[in-house]
Ligand binder design. Sequence first.
Ligand code: FAD
Length: 386
Amino acid sequence: MTSATRPVPRNSVEEPVFRDMCRRFAAAEAEPRWEQADRERAFPRDFFRACSAAGLIGISAPEAIGGTDLGCVEEAVCMEEVARVNPNLAVSILVQNVANALLYFHGSDVHREIAQRNITGECLLAIAVTEPEAGNDVQNVRVSARRDPGGDWIIDGIKAFITLGGEADVLVLLAQTDRSQGRRGMQFFAVDRASPGLQAVPIDTYVNRPAPTYRIMLDQVRVPEERRLAAGFSEIMAGFNRERIMVAARWLGHMRHAQEWALSYARERHQFGRPIGANQSIAFMLAQNQVDIEAAHHLTYHTAQRWDSGAPIRDIIMDVSTAKLFATQAVLRVTQNALHAGGGWGLTSELPVMRMAMDALVAPVTVGSYEIQLRAIARQLGLPCD
Ligand SMILES: Cc1cc2nc3c(=O)[nH]c(=O)nc-3n(C[C@H](O)[C@H](O)[C@H](O)COP(=O)(O)OP(=O)(O)OC[C@H]3O[C@@H](n4cnc5c(N)ncnc54)[C@H](O)[C@@H]3O)c2cc1C
């Protein structure tokens, strides 16, 4: 998505009404599912269908393909409210919306039909960029796509850390089509997961368990030319900026969840004849959490509003990186403080707070780590930082 093609949302809703709808959705559809999904490390496919029925897949997609054409603010509200119940079911929505946007902004009718089926809950998507040797360094993508004499593309190589890679019906996958062109020689393909030669192997992570990650092994996978998108490195880098706002919203929701738990525990747990929250050390720690949450809230929604205003991406990179960096640092502080309030019981599976602290560990890693955000901010400050 380039600055030039980035649309301003055409619809709007009153934020409190939309937030209330998302909150009720999360209580009804995420709450009953996340614990089993976490225990079994298995994505609940019916959660995706419930998201679709509630209009949360393709929030920002045009109405012409069944989307709701709402903005970044509404998408962030959805992310925050679902993450307030479980950050990993929330990320499954995030993945759908990122992949969907690539398909409808940069695709043909063939791709838009896939995006449409995604919105109606029939086609689960995954986004496959990362590789074993291309993590933050996306330019180093080595999965190759070469044209065979019949006009199809033959894709070979390995992708890594692909969320829902084993469940998705279609993977929106970045490959090198012309290595001599460097990052300009990369393109996305909409690849059916059932394609002969494609194998998804689970990666045993401690995080994101309800939305598992996979290695994707591609051995001479044949993809028709009509599945190639008019998008590559530049479009995914531009798309990462919007995704970073959603990442900030995701961890904001998780912070609220951890803080709500810690506040209630600090009121209920008695030691020395009084609630532990009566001790200044605990009370101040949770007050400090609230400062982090308020700051993350303002940074996230300020950035989402700027995005919706249609401002060129280059003018809001500072906001995006600041919001993402702050929220992903703050969630580690907030969940660690909540864990500390839980004492010894906090470290057991009898309380939910250890799970919250573990889930937060992935925050600094995805969609450009701390260092990548600091580099972006330093460059915005005019420093010649490589
Ligand atoms: C649970 C999970 C789900 C994911 N889901 C997806 C997905 O659906 N699709 C997808 O494509 N990818 C996905 N990823 C990949 C993710 O977005 C990151 O890109 C990837 O994990 C980071 O790459 P790496 O682990 O190889 O780290 P590396 O890039 O090897 O980084 C290792 C360390 O070095 C630091 N570092 C790297 N470069 C620099 C630099 N220039 N300056 C300073 N420090 C640097 C990093 O900050 C980090 O601390 C997922 C990852 C995880 C863990």
